[in-house]
Design a protein around this ligand. Structure first.
Ligand code: FUL
Ligand code: CA
Length: 505
């Protein structure tokens, strides 16, 4: 005999919602197993399990740290003395604590930037922390950040620049073996890695072991990316791989932290000249929006720095983005279904800057104050259509606070509406919608209305939803009854959430 709670008796189209799941909140698969109605067939490109986990991360941090932190350059040439790397008060726990205060769920460290200087004691090159007098050559920044991240509950990721302006072999096949060996070290020595980041900067002037010349490589063939990607898969199967072209996560096409609107998760990248795409060679104008009917699930990641540069320099201390700017970027990136990747570069002391810490904390305070309380908590929901008239797919699933339950309609439905009755009038300024993306990105457009003295009045509308759509209203709206209309869909809608939030004043 199962001890599962019995469903309360109510009409399947309307139910009193509690946060603790009773039967209306059971995943559709359970209802199906009970001999009921099959879930909808997935539509279009679909996310992998590792992509689904990555979507949940929402906002992560970038740490650009290395030789450039001490030279004031953005792109070091690769001829720097390793002993220039000399942080005076490096504290990995303090760095990740400041990131965590912003609500960040992961951190990606520049283990090697274009200058080739490695922040871990690699066996592959002399251009590393091992050759710095800092901590008598015994330091390992990768290890310290990875451990600090784990201690505080953040995921850890690695940036390893393919371009290496120090390496004598750069441009020759030998360097590819070195690059892969560096990945092996990073992906086997530091615990679980959630993301491997390959930037697209490729070739040019460099030190190259003393040759001091310009080296150009064939972006399409030189790196043999498929070979490197399968190595990553073998070593860290749960890590997503980021580049201009994926294969798991795409660059959004700008370094301003702004996704397109719409921003479709699917994408079929082509090269700048219309030929095959590769990291560093993509027709980036289409990267912000993706492709509505793209064949690959390749969601966007919006990278941007909290400062004008990617690396810390004293002269930019007064130009740190404010919390208000970070909040605006959050809505323009994560709010459009992408992930927000915010760079916060450590100082030459090996800490974060004071203004950076203050902006991070205020950004986190805003997010906690806004998103902790969902005003639909005690709402009742009704819908114009419910899949198979089965309450396992009912609109109550929109407001149950659970990601694994969803409102779904019959297959032929392309336009549908759900009404949400709040227990009492509430003032809100943010609406959050989520599709159950295991079933693909199905919805093309929605509108939200409020009931005002006898008629429906428009509040907002949006196009792509995907894993997350945040609609931030210009000013708070008060209502006790709302209507969500799916006005256009490419397949029957499957939505897991309709939530309302009030921003702090
Ligand atoms: C680019 C690099 O050239 C920049 O220095 C920075 O690392 C940025 C995130 O990626 O490709
Ligand atoms: Ca739900």
């Amino acid at each position: 005999m199962s001890a599962a709670p019995r469903p309360p008796a109510f009409a399947y189209l309307e139910g009193v919602i509690t946060r603790r799941g009773f039967l209306t909140a059971l995943p559709a698969s359970a209802a199906f197993a009970a001999g009921a109605v099959a879930p909808p067939a997935p539509f279009g490109a679909l996310p992998s399990e590792r992509q689904l986990r990555w979507h949940d991360l929402d906002t992560t941090a970038f740490l650009h740290f290395g030789i450039n932190t001490f030279t004031g350059r953005e792109w070091g040439l690769g001829d720097e003395d390793p002993s220039l790397f000399q942080p005076t008060a490096f504290d990995a726990d303090a760095i990740v604590a400041a990131l965590a205060s912003a609500g960040m769920t992961g951190v990606i460290l520049t283990c090697k930037h274009h200058d080739g200087f490695c922040l871990w004691p690699t066996a592959t090159t002399e251009h590393s922390i091992r050759k710095s007098s800092w901590r008598s050559g015994k330091g390992d920044v990768v290890n310290e950040i990875a451990l600090a991240a784990r201690r505080i509950g953040m995921a850890f990721g690695v940036y390893l620049s393919p371009w290496d302006r120090n390496n004598a072999d750069y441009g020759k096949p030998e360097y590819i073996a070195t690059y892969r060996q560096q990945l092996v070290e990073l992906l086997t020595g530091y615990g679980p890695v959630f993301e491997v980041w390959h930037d697209g900067a490729n070739g040019g002037d460099g030190f190259y072991g003393g040759a001091r010349e310009k080296r150009t490589i064939d972006k399409r063939t030189y790196y043999d990316w498929p070979g490197t990607w399968s190595l990553i898969r073998a070593l860290q199967p749960n890590a997503v791989i980021f580049s201009d072209v994926g294969p798991d996560v795409r660059w959004v096409g700008n370094e301003r932290g702004i996704a397109g609107d719409p921003c479709w998760a699917a994408y079929d990248p082509v090269g700048a000249d219309g030929g095959p795409a590769s990291p560093g060679d993509v027709h980036e104008r289409e990267s912000p929006t993706g492709h509505r009917n793209g064949s690959k699930w390749l969601p966007a990641e919006c990278d941007v720095s909290i400062r004008p540069g990617w690396f810390w320099r004293e002269t930019e201390n007064a130009r740190v983005k404010t919390a208000a700017q970070l909040i605006a970027l959050y809505y323009q990136s994560a709010g459009r279904g992408a992930n927000f990747l915010l760079n916060v570069p450590p100082t030459s002391a090996g800490l974060l800057g004071e203004s950076d810490i203050a902006s991070l904390k205020a950004f986190g305070d805003y997010r906690r104050a806004t998103f902790t309380k969902d005003l639909t908590e005690r709402a009742k929901a009704a819908a114009s259509n419910v899949r198979g008239n089965n309450r396992a797919y009912g609109p109550a699933n929109l407001v149950d606070g659970r990601d694994d339950t969803y409102w779904a309609t019959d297959d032929a439905v392309r336009a549908a509406e759900a009404t949400i009755d709040l227990a009492r009038p509430a003032a809100f300024s943010v609406i959050r919608l989520r599709e159950a993306i295991r079933f693909g990105q199905r919805i093309d457009a929605v509108s939200i209305d409020r009931w005002d003295r006898g008629s429906w009045q428009p509040v907002a509308s949006a196009t792509s939803i995907g894993p997350r759509r945040l609609i931030r209203l210009e000013k708070p709206v008060t209502a006790s009854r709302l209507r969500l209309r799916v006005t256009q869909a490419s397949a029957s809608p499957v939505l897991s959430e309709f939530a309302l939030f009030a921003e702090p004043t």
